[in-house]
Write a protein that binds this ligand. Structure first.
Ligand code: NDP
Length: 293
């Protein structure tokens, strides 16, 4: 079994970012990312903190905008409009989920598609479907695809089963992998909570992707001998033996499944590492596109 770790692959993406960043700097441009955090969800705060840290490490301009959960929809739209108008900002990321009562779709619609580095605006989702390279693909699915490419896993003609149909992960990854480029040309099936006999379906997968949000949901019965398993899930579970009483696990029961896989991603240390790397790459590309480089 081969362990597909996120760190070395993310490092390769950061090395490309650093090279591109230096070229931009030499031409007088500094990529800038604005992250909008609404409310005080601790997990969202931690994700935003990691994004800020990575921006600083790369020398990028980084802005964090924090707003209380009581912000109105209109006030939040104004925040987005002002970032759209800010020439120092090339990427805007609204940390999801937003607190209850706020309409995420309406907020995403306000983001200038040229700054939508999370790839969730309909213009970018349309470009993803059309395989138009000027768009931005959502970061987690592009991270999964990059992991497959960098690990030398053939995707052409392979049966890929993705469990989970969210726009953020499953549906977008399906579009990427059924496309015609590298890390694609696959025959893709997307499963969800209404899928009948899920284990029989997932056992047909040469490459199985779990994006469900249920700890250790995928077990040995779901996985064909010799399959490649990509675990997108990030779930915090109680663990009295851990220092803070909890730990992160994926949607795959790693210990029960690993031996029957050709390759598998760990959690933590797998796909999660890639999401921020792809966000940085998208922001730098947004700056390049604006600069006409
Ligand atoms: P969502 O809750 O939006 O989607 C979950 C999907 O799983 C839905 O399509 C749902 O089906 C499906 N599902 C739920 N229960 C079952 C079941 N019993 N059998 C089959 N399918 C089921 O989650 P996300 O896509 O946003 O996230 C999925 C996981 O990935 C989470 O653990 C999340 O934390 C993690 N994640 C990790 C990221 C990273 O950077 N590594 C980034 C984003 C997410 P239905 O549509 O029918 O309800």
């Amino acid at each position: 079994m081969k362990l597909i770790e996120g760190k070395p692959i993310a490092e390769a993406v950061y090395a490309e970012c650093a090279k591109s960043f230096a070229e931009l700097k030499a031409a007088g441009h500094t990529p800038g990312l604005a992250v909008v955090l609404v409310g005080d969800d601790p997990a969202s705060r931690a994700y935003v903190g990691s994004k800020e840290r990575k921006c600083r490490e790369l020398g990028m301009h980084s802005v964090k905008i924090e707003k209380p959960a009581t912000i109105s929809q209109e006030e939040l739209h104004e925040v987005i409009e002002s970032l759209n108008a800010d020439d120092a900002i090339h990427g805007i990321l609204v940390q999801l989920p937003l607190p209850k009562g706020l309409d995420e779709d309406q907020v995403i619609l306000r983001i200038d598609p040229a700054k939508d580095v999370d790839g969730l605006h309909p213009v970018n989702l349309g470009k993803l479907a059309m395989e138009d390279p000027t768009g931005f693909a959502p970061c987690t699915p592009s991270g999964c695809q990059r992991m497959l490419i960098e690990s030398g896993i053939e995707t052409t003609g392979k049966n890929v089963v993705i469990v989970g149909r969210s726009l953020l992960v499953g549906k977008s990854l399906a579009l990427l992998m059924m496309g015609k480029g590298e890390g694609a040309n696959a025959t893709v099936t997307v499963a969800h909570s209404r899928t009948k006999d899920l284990p029989a379906l997932t056992r047909s997968a040469d490459i199985l992707v779990a994006a469900i949000g249920i700890p250790k949901f995928i077990g040995p019965d779901h996985v064909k001998e010799g399959a490649v398993v990509i675990d997108v899930g990030i779930n915090r579970i109680d663990d009295p033996s851990a220092k803070n009483g909890s730990r992160l696990v994926g949607d795959v029961d790693f210990d029960a499944v690993a031996d029957q896989c050709e390759a598998i991603t760990p959690v933590p240390g797998g796909v999660g590492r890639m999401t921020i790397a792809m966000l940085m790459a998208n922001t730098i590309r947004a700056c390049r596109l604006k600069a006409g480089l």
